[in-house]
Design a protein around this ligand. Structure first.
Ligand SMILES: CC(=O)SCCNC(=O)CCNC(=O)[C@H](O)C(C)(C)COP(=O)(O)OP(=O)(O)OC[C@H]1O[C@@H](n2cnc3c(N)ncnc32)[C@H](O)[C@@H]1OP(=O)(O)O
Length: 208
């Protein structure tokens, strides 16, 4: 059966989503992008059909927002949902997602990622390449768990947070909303909303 996925956001992240979607069984992928017509913005492998607003006139079986900026990701997800267009999750068959984990719509799970039992992944979250989210973790809407990050059991992450590439988080820790965890950081205690933390153990980044 032919299944067509419409992706909003034709940047580098969009390529990863398209490639993952094809492995996950979507037979056709098309793109929409705010830069349509303004530049040479195009992908070698997939057609770019128009602006994001055009998505509703090009019928697709599912839609996905592939924009790294979490505010823009939320804005376009809500735009799709307001129009009752189906927002899909895209899960690489080479990832491992527990049958006891709960994933909301618009979630991306990239190859090599592992999501264990009773984890809850909210809308629009990115679980990137080889990220590991262990049992009972909760990841708030539009957060991004970057490649190679490892979250031990029962870690809570708020909305719109960014867990940088290769970071590690101790079990039971709570990370707030709009937090940036720097690349390679080791988080061993709770982090308040809005902070940027770096290093091992992770500490707030000095403001110069
Ligand atoms: C598929 C993908 O590509 S997914 C994307 C994955 N990318 C990431 O995860 C990137 C995460 N981002 C980072 O780690 C960033 O460096 C941030 C957000 C922590 C800081 O960014 P900026 O505010 O631009 O910091 P900037 O680069 O100016 O560095 C400021 C200082 O912090 C230090 N610093 C920056 N990042 C880190 C880090 N991750 N760990 C330790 N120190 C750091 C710098 O060395 C510098 O120190 P100095 O003042 O003594 O020279």
């Amino acid at each position: 059966m032919s299944r067509r996925l419409g992706i909003i956001g034709a940047g580098g992240h969009g390529k990863v989503v398209a490639d993952t979607a094809e492995r996950a069984g979507w037979s056709k992928v098309v793109f929409f992008d705010p830069r349509f017509g303004l530049s040479e913005q195009t992908h070698a492998h997939w057609p770019l059909l128009g602006f994001p607003e055009d998505a509703q006139t090009h019928e697709c079986d599912g839609y996905f927002v592939a924009i790294g900026n979490s505010q823009a990701r939320q804005q376009w997800c809500e735009w799709l949902l307001d129009r009752r267009l189906p927002v899909a999750s895209v899960i690489d068959p080479a990832s491992t997602v527990s049958q006891y984990a709960m994933l909301e719509s618009g979630v991306l799970v990239v190859a090599g990622a592992v999501i264990n039992a009773d984890a809850h992944i909210a809308q629009g979250v990115i679980v990137n390449t080889r990220a590991a989210i262990d049992h009972d973790c909760t990841i708030g809407a539009y957060s991004h768990v970057c490649p190679g990050s490892a979250l031990a059991g029962t870690v809570a992450v708020g909305e719109h947070s960014w867990l940088g590439i290769g970071c590690q988080v101790r079990q039971g820790v709570s990370i707030g909303s709009n937090v940036m965890v720097g690349a390679g950081a080791t988080v061993v205690s709770d982090i308040q909303d809005g902070l940027t933390v770096v290093g091992t153990p992770a500490r707030p980044q000095k403001i110069l």
